[in-house]
Design a protein around this ligand. Structure first.
Ligand code: SAH
Ligand code: DHB
Ligand code: MG
Length: 222
């Protein structure tokens, strides 16, 4: 384990491959100024999500867990001009910072930010029978990943790509006896994904400036 080296390599990769985009840097500066926690995706992860959304040809994106909107902006910039992104956030303070960041980044017209517990805002989306999403990024509280995944499937179509962040938890994911609700949320999600005939799934471990973690990647079959 050499976290300093992981961070150094992330710096190198970001320098080489992820050119500084002022609106994204400014979103982080504004988030830090408002004292939001610095738990946003790393720049190379944001670009990874953006590339995945582009590869998917996504026109409608759903994000669960907005924070200051950093990952949202990466994803919104993958959309065509008439595309739409719905992002869900429980904390009104985070939502206010995110809204200002969306205006500054020029993506406000494409972004529909809904404030409330995601289990509820997702139920509303299901009830609205909204057009299915092409790409779904699950990155809110980890305890509720199972319900977010279940709802995501109700809001998907064959071919929809789902990414779930933070599924390794510094390795704790293998600890069945863990008393950490985040670990248990991830483990329950893994059980659901494993037994869900409608998806193909994998998960990949990551190290970098955010430590030792990982993400799951799923595709709705068909
Ligand atoms: N996707 C963001 C980071 C999200 S951090 C990025 O990479 O830039 C997780 C966010 O989920 C926090 O803002 C937190 O307030 C929010 N959150 C936590 N519990 C939630 C819930 N029950 N419903 C909706 N959002 C929630
Ligand atoms: C936390 C949340 C995240 O989504 C993340 O990527 C890293 C950390 C957290 O709640 O600590
Ligand atoms: Mg995350």
């Amino acid at each position: 384990m050499n976290p300093a080296q992981w961070t150094e390599v992330d710096g190198y990769l970001v320098n080489k491959l992820v050119p500084l985009e002022p609106v994204l840097g400014e979103a982080l500066t504004a988030s830090a100024a408002a004292e939001l926690p610095a738990i946003n995706v790393a720049p190379n992860q944001g670009k990874f999500l953006q590339l995945l959304a582009r590869i998917t040809g996504a026109r409608r994106i759903l994000e669960i867990g907005t924070l200051g909107g950093y990952s949202t902006i990466w994803l919104a910039r993958a959309l065509p001009a008439d595309g739409q992104l719905v992002t869900l956030e429980i904390d009104p303070k985070h939502a206010a910072v995110a809204r200002a960041n969306f205006v500054a980044a020029g993506v406000a017209v494409q972004v529909d930010l809904r404030v409330g517990p995601a289990a509820e805002t997702l139920a509303h989306l299901v009830a609205e029978a909204t057009t299915p999403f092409d790409f779904i990024f699950i990155d809110a509280d980890k305890e509720n990943i199972p319900i977010y995944f279940t709802r995501a499937l109700q809001l998907a179509r064959p071919g929809t790509v789902i990414v779930v962040d933070n599924v390794v938890r510094n390795g704790a994911v293998t600890d069945a006896a863990s008393t950490d609700v985040s670990v248990q949320g991830v483990r329950k999600f893994m059980e659901l994904a494993a037994s869900e005939a409608r998806v193909d799934a994998t998960a990949v471990q990551t190290v970098g400036s955010k430590g030792y973690d990982g993400f799951a990647l799923l595709r709705v079959k068909g």
